[in-house]
Design a protein around this ligand. Structure first.
Ligand code: UDP
Length: 374
């Protein structure tokens, strides 16, 4: 088959662009991925021992405000009605996360009413004299005060990013809301849920089109010369790798998961339990059966995964862009190189070096298609 388009990476970005081209341009698309599965880091598989769907790269909850993204994905899957709730453990006690009225009242042993929270936190953050927060630590303290910051954010963030929260961008912490009520949903987006019959099926349907061919175990850099030469390339791998790290490496965090089949029907009562203490080596424990309360668990056992954050090195899977000032400068050089290439487009979390959630990745891919692929 002759191809006009080559998609490098079968993650959520690559699958979205491939489908757009096949549907709207009626042209042939080749999708390659170096892994043995599609779906990128959103991939899930069924654990053979228990029959439970396990997210291979950590829990991925789909949530979006964007009707367009929701409608697009609903062509390939239905979603269940799961609403994400996270509990965090600190010094052996459990609290709601993100920080809400339960977290504050239980932590301080008080019983504030919602209208009293603003003044309470303001009196705490006033002691710090932070006028214009410049980094994650200052931003967090200005939002929740030092005590809550030190309990729930500092240790977790140190474990997750392995660097001083003063060196991290404030935007990382604004991913989390801070609530003056007992509302404990992690996300407030109108559209939320998990693919009814699993992420794997959703991605299979996205790529199930007569104009799309998918090749797994196919590394772009190893196969470069054997791949169709005269087509447009949509590259969703790491941008620095494409240019052979000529301006140095961008920094990433990687993750490691320790899986266990626990001999109890329910291990922790929720899908994600965070661990805020610095001396607990993992950041969180995932328990996948809670993501699908509509499914019956016949095994009466449950799968958990302890998540350990680690420094990325070449060969590891990149998960989170660290995005230090040095990274941002380096990225400028890479984007400059990229803009010099007519037929290669850099997309997705890795290709743009952006901390995209799934829905933002889909939206960015659709908007890219609007502007470039008519
Ligand atoms: N965070 C924290 N304590 C928590 C949860 C999150 O300090 O219990 C901080 C941490 O710096 C983290 C950031 O908030 O990197 C964003 O958290 P989110 O849950 O959005 O991260 P993700 O699910 O993408 O790993």
């Amino acid at each position: 088959m002759e191809y006009n388009h080559l998609i490098v990476g079968a993650g959520i970005t690559g699958c979205t662009v491939a489908r757009h081209i096949a549907d709207n341009m009626g042209e042939k698309v080749l999708v390659i991925d170096k892994r043995n599965h599609i779906g990128g880091n959103c991939h899930s598989q069924i654990d053979e021992e228990t029959g439970i769907e396990v997210h291979s790269y950590g829990t991925h909850i789909f949530h979006t405000k964007e009707r367009r993204v929701w409608d697009f994905l609903n062509r390939f899957t239905e979603f269940n009605s799961y609403r994400h709730k996270v509990v965090t453990t600190y010094k052996g006690r459990t609290f709601h996360m993100p920080v809400n009225l339960q977290t504050i009242n239980s932590f301080f042993g008080i019983s504030l009413k919602p209208h009293e929270v603003g003044d309470f936190i303001a009196s705490k953050s006033a002691q710090e004299n932070i006028i214009n927060p410049q980094n994650l630590e200052e931003k967090a303290i200005s939002l929740i005060g030092r005590e809550l910051y030190e309990a729930f954010v500092k240790g977790y963030t140190l474990k997750q990013w392995e660097c001083d929260p003063k060196e991290l961008d404030a935007s990382i912490i604004t991913r989390l809301p801070f609530r003056h009520t007992y509302e404990c949903d992690y996300f407030t987006d109108r559209y939320q849920g998990l693919p009814w019959d699993g992420y794997a099926k959703m991605f299979e349907r996205m790529l199930d089109h007569e104009l799309i061919e998918t090749r797994l175990n196919s590394d772009f850099f190893e196969l470069k010369n054997e791949l169709p030469q005269d087509c447009r390339i949509y590259y969703s791998g790491p941008i620095d790798k494409y240019f052979n790290y000529c301006h140095g490496e961008l920094t990433w965090r990687s993750l490691r998961f320790e899986y266990r089949v626990e001999d109890v029907p329910d291990y922790q009562g929720t899908s994600v339990m965070n661990y805020a203490d610095i001396d607990v080596p993992y950041t969180r424990i995932h328990e996948y059966l809670h993501l699908h309360p509509e499914r019956e668990n016949k095994s009466k056992r449950t799968v958990t995964a302890r998540e350990f954050s680690k420094t990325w090195k070449q060969g590891d899977e990149p998960y989170y862009p660290v995005n230090t000032v040095e990274d941002r400068n380096r990225l400028e050089f890479y984007l400059e190189e990229a803009s010099g290439l007519d037929k290669v487009h850099f997309l997705g979390r890795l290709g743009r070096y952006k901390y995209y959630d799934m829905d933002k990745a889909v939206l960015a891919a659709l908007e890219f298609c609007d502007g470039n692929l008519k």
